[in-house]
Design a protein around this ligand. Structure first.
Ligand SMILES: *[C@@H]1O[C@H](CO)[C@@H](O)[C@H](O)[C@H]1NC(C)=O
Ligand SMILES: *[C@@H]1O[C@H](CO)[C@@H](O)[C@H](O)[C@H]1NC(C)=O
Ligand SMILES: *[C@@H]1O[C@H](CO)[C@@H](O)[C@H](O)[C@H]1NC(C)=O
Ligand SMILES: *[C@@H]1O[C@H](CO)[C@@H](O)[C@H](O)[C@H]1NC(C)=O
Ligand SMILES: *[C@@H]1O[C@H](CO)[C@@H](O)[C@H](O)[C@H]1NC(C)=O
Ligand SMILES: *[C@@H]1O[C@H](CO)[C@@H](O)[C@H](O)[C@H]1NC(C)=O
Ligand SMILES: *[C@@H]1O[C@H](CO)[C@@H](O)[C@H](O)[C@H]1NC(C)=O
Ligand SMILES: *[C@@H]1O[C@H](CO)[C@@H](O)[C@H](O)[C@H]1NC(C)=O
Ligand SMILES: *[C@@H]1O[C@H](CO)[C@@H](O)[C@H](O)[C@H]1NC(C)=O
Ligand SMILES: *[C@@H]1O[C@H](CO)[C@@H](O)[C@H](O)[C@H]1NC(C)=O
Ligand SMILES: *[C@@H]1O[C@H](CO)[C@@H](O)[C@H](O)[C@H]1NC(C)=O
Ligand SMILES: *[C@@H]1O[C@H](CO)[C@@H](O)[C@H](O)[C@H]1NC(C)=O
Length: 682
């Protein structure tokens, strides 16, 4: 009887896709987090290890300090109990935080402003009691925590813990709940996928705990400040329960460019789409009512520095499309359609007689030389015009036919004026004398927006990009001696779209795996926003190295790319009403992925076969439809076959592959269900 009712309860419960690889999840299981180990002790501290896992107490005698390591980047409000020896008066305990071990110091934290360091939090600790940081002194990202004792006398500290403040929309029991998973034979890539997911979780914050940016525009000097700067996080930057910001430590602001990489990676891992919607709304609300311009960033940045960025304006429009694609929420698009049209028509007003937009404001992702007929800006405009045409089709709006004409003209003009066949790359712009700078951003965007004119050109571009890689990553020469995990996230997509998956795998392994995860200066859990081509943790646009964010959503491109391209699991229209299974293993032995949308669960399980063929087991919801697409060497013939899976296999469809054909084989019009598809090469 009891078993029977349990079974019914199980059957009635909504089917959620439990993560079969939950051991890789980095999200804390509990909101109360304790230090994982002692990193360093200075001065006289008895039983420093007592604060690891709340085992006991540590006693600080005279000026002394301990650095604790949480083993990964975390976020939250610190608290502890203290007990000063009866004879000691004027006792204080100071606490400071750093993401990287590089910035551990005796004076304070790493930094949020572009000069100096952030002040420690000092708590009076005479007698006995409990100390807790205020809400505005939650720290958004840190792996290391320093405990300082600055007086003579002795104070013992116990129960040092962090109340984890990221993911405010979740109950404690749900913290580790993922709706998606990924697994492959390469352990480093498994860690990269889950670190990307976790990076976006640390960037999901309480909307009332945004950065107040008290020093924005006031600190510009190079000088290391002698007095650490006060800081607090109490600006309301959005409505709703949670907001997606660029970085966990800073800026803690909504930036639409950053969202363009973070959103797809959130979709495939935790599907927290209401966070995305509330973040996007905070930007759309700021649309200029006379021009249609959308802000460079949300409040308070947009209030202090009301800057227009040609590309970031477009990223907000792309955000509307992405939110619709993943959620299927058509009423959101309908209710924002006038804003979308107003915004996109503002962008097309920059198109001149050349057919391309002439960019007149320099603000972008902190690259240099953004202006004129810039290839990145025009590729993003081309891409957004095509998304706009798709959305207009969904909404039956026939008034925007000019968008596809503009798109065609941009493509023609960019290829005529910006393509440099001697480099197999696009130039940054056509300003005379012609620049020899071939940017990473514009070339990656040209491939992924399909601004290019042939598959061979895509291969040439991605080959040329890969030939420039240095020891620590793919360079972005348009930003100085910079490696940008943001722009490299677009480059990964370009390699897959060009049918060069082994380039994508190599880039993710040496840049994200070897360096961004495994270098000892990193957090081993979240991804940094930018660094130097020589491996220094210096980011060209910033004067102050401790300012660099080590948890930036724009660096999480591998998470969505591994799901969409390696495991080949893609949605092609709202919430996966149509889908595409297009695996490209690129040397991996197998890759498995799953995710959930409002229409149900999607999963794929790809295995390389010994003879060079591929097998994929996949499942998509009833009521949907889609295609299977296999890439292969054009010199090979063979067939792609799809059979039902589960029960007696039955042949559903077969496509023959001609030797010397286009290099991919597709099987179309498959109704949602459970299948096995195979690429069999002759
Ligand atoms: C504080 O420390 C004193 C001396 O070690 C000890 O007797 C007392 O029990 C402690 N108080 C608390 C609340 O732990
Ligand atoms: C401990 O001392 C070392 C060497 O002087 C210093 O580099 C480090 O910043 C100190 N750590 C703390 C937390 O004070
Ligand atoms: C310890 O730090 C606190 C807070 O900055 C300060 O008020 C106090 O004077 C310092 N004590 C000593 C002995 O330096
Ligand atoms: C900051 O310091 C660097 C290196 O010392 C120097 O090249 C640069 O000109 C300085 N910038 C400012 C604004 O002082
Ligand atoms: C934020 O906190 C600071 C320091 O406590 C305070 O001065 C300021 O008024 C607060 N700002 C807001 C918007 O609450
Ligand atoms: C064209 O590109 C070069 C290289 O990035 C840059 O120095 C120059 O400023 C750009 N021209 C304009 C008008 O922005
Ligand atoms: C772009 O517009 C600016 C400002 O109107 C103008 O100075 C510049 O010559 C234009 N660039 C091109 C390539 O037409
Ligand atoms: C667009 O038109 C089609 C065909 O008439 C209709 O089924 C669909 O509901 C319309 N869509 C919207 C958003 O009005
Ligand atoms: C890319 O553009 C070409 C025309 O240049 C077109 O034939 C092709 O279908 C487009 N590819 C995609 C994926 O849209
Ligand atoms: C690709 O590069 C090769 C070698 O430089 C060249 O021969 C070929 O014409 C290029 N193809 C395209 C479409 O750019
Ligand atoms: C990095 O984290 C992984 C777990 O994600 C752990 O297995 C590994 O030991 C850590 N590496 C270092 C150097 O701490
Ligand atoms: C994928 O297939 C492999 C081999 O058949 C199997 O071991 C694994 O459990 C499958 N993964 C999932 C998530 O079903």
């Amino acid at each position: 009887m009891y078993l029977h009712s349990m079974l019914i309860a199980l059957l009635l419960a909504p089917r959620i896709l439990a993560d079969p690889y939950a051991q890789y999840i980095l999200t804390p299981a509990s909101r109360t987090v304790y230090p994982a180990s002692v990193y360093n002790v200075n001065g006289t501290v008895e039983n420093a290890v007592g604060l690891v896992g709340a085992r006991g107490s540590a006693s600080f005698r005279g000026p002394s300090a301990v650095t604790y390591d949480f083993g990964k980047n975390i976020a939250g409000i610190v608290s502890f109990d203290f007990n000063a020896s009866a004879s000691a008066s004027d006792q204080f305990i100071g606490i400071s935080f750093t993401e990287s071990s590089l910035w551990i110091n005796a004076e304070g934290c790493d930094a949020m402003a572009d000069a100096g360091i952030d002040a420690p939090l000092w708590f009076p600790a005479t007698g006995q009691g409990r100390a807790q940081a205020s809400k505005e002194h939650q720290r958004g990202g840190f792996r290391y925590l320093n405990v300082y004792h600055n007086a003579s006398g002795e104070t013992s500290v116990s129960n040092l813990s962090i109340h984890f403040t990221a993911l405010p929309q979740k109950t404690e029991a749900d913290l580790q709940e993922y709706t998606g998973y990924f697994h492959t034979n390469d352990e480093q890539l498994n860690r990269v996928w889950y670190a990307g997911a976790y990076t976006n979780e640390l960037c999901t914050i309480d909307p009332t705990a945004g950065n107040s940016l008290i020093y924005l525009g006031t600190i510009t000097s190079n000088d290391t400040e002698t007095t650490p700067l006060p800081w607090y996080l109490n600006y309301t930057i959005a409505t709703g329960k949670s907001v997606l910001v660029d970085g966990a430590k800073r800026d803690r602001l909504v930036w639409p460019g950053d969202m363009s990489i973070a959103t797809p990676s959130i979709f495939v891992s935790t599907n927290e789409l209401s966070t995305i919607r509330d973040s996007l709304d905070s930007l759309l609300r700021l649309q200029n009512s006379s021009t249609g311009a959308l802000p460079y960033a949300g409040v308070p940045f947009s209030e202090v520095l009301p800057i227009f960025s040609f590309t970031y304006h477009l990223y907000s429009l792309i955000g509307i499309y992405d939110y619709y694609l993943y959620s299927g929420n058509l009423s959101y698009v309908s209710s924002n359609w006038e804003k979308f049209k107003f915004g996109l028509n503002y962008s097309t007003s920059f198109i001149d007689a050349s057919g391309m937009a002439n960019v007149t404001t320099s603000a972008d992702w902190l690259r240099f030389g953004m202006g004129g007929h810039n290839i990145e800006a025009n590729a993003i405009l081309f891409y957004t015009l095509n998304l706009g045409t798709t959305l207009a089709g969904v909404l039956n709006d026939t008034t925007v036919g000019a968008w596809s004409k503009y798109a065609t003209e941009i493509k023609t003009a960019a290829n005529a004026r910006l393509w440099d066949p001697s480099a197999n790359l696009y130039r940054d712009n056509d300003t005379r004398p012609l620049t020899q700078l071939h940017p990473q951003d514009g070339n990656a965007w040209a491939v992924l927006s399909n601004l290019t004119t042939s598959p061979a050109q895509n291969v040439n571009i991605t080959t040329a990009l890969a030939s420039r890689w240095g020891k620590y990553g793919a360079p972005a020469p348009e930003a100085g001696t910079t490696v940008s995990p943001f722009i490299s996230s677009f480059e990964i997509q370009a390699h897959y779209i060009a049918g060069q998956p082994s380039n994508a795998i190599r880039l993710m392994k040496f840049m994200w795996g070897n360096f961004m995860l495994d270098d000892p200066r990193m957090t081993n859990s979240t991804f940094i926003e930018g660094y130097s081509t020589n491996g220094d943790l210096h980011y060209a646009p910033y004067l102050n190295d401790p300012r660099i964010s080590h948890a930036h959503g724009w660096a999480t491109g591998p998470t969505s790319a591994l799901t969409f391209y390696a495991a080949g699991l893609q949605v092609t229209s709202e919430a996966g009403k149509t889908w595409k299974i297009a695996p490209q293993l690129g040397g991996l032995k197998f890759a498995e992925a799953g995710f959930q949308t409002s229409l149900g669960n999607f999963s794929s399980n790809v295995t390389a076969m010994d003879d060079g063929g591929v097998s994929v087991m996949f499942e998509t919801p009833v009521g949907t439809s889609g295609s299977v697409v296999f890439q292969h060497e054009a010199t090979q013939g063979g067939q792609a076959i799809v059979t039902t899976a589960g029960g007696q296999p039955r042949l559903v469809k077969r496509t023959l592959i001609q030797r010397g054909g286009p290099g991919f084989a597709a099987v179309h019009d498959l109704p949602g269900g459970k299948y096995e598809a195979k690429l069999l090469l002759a």
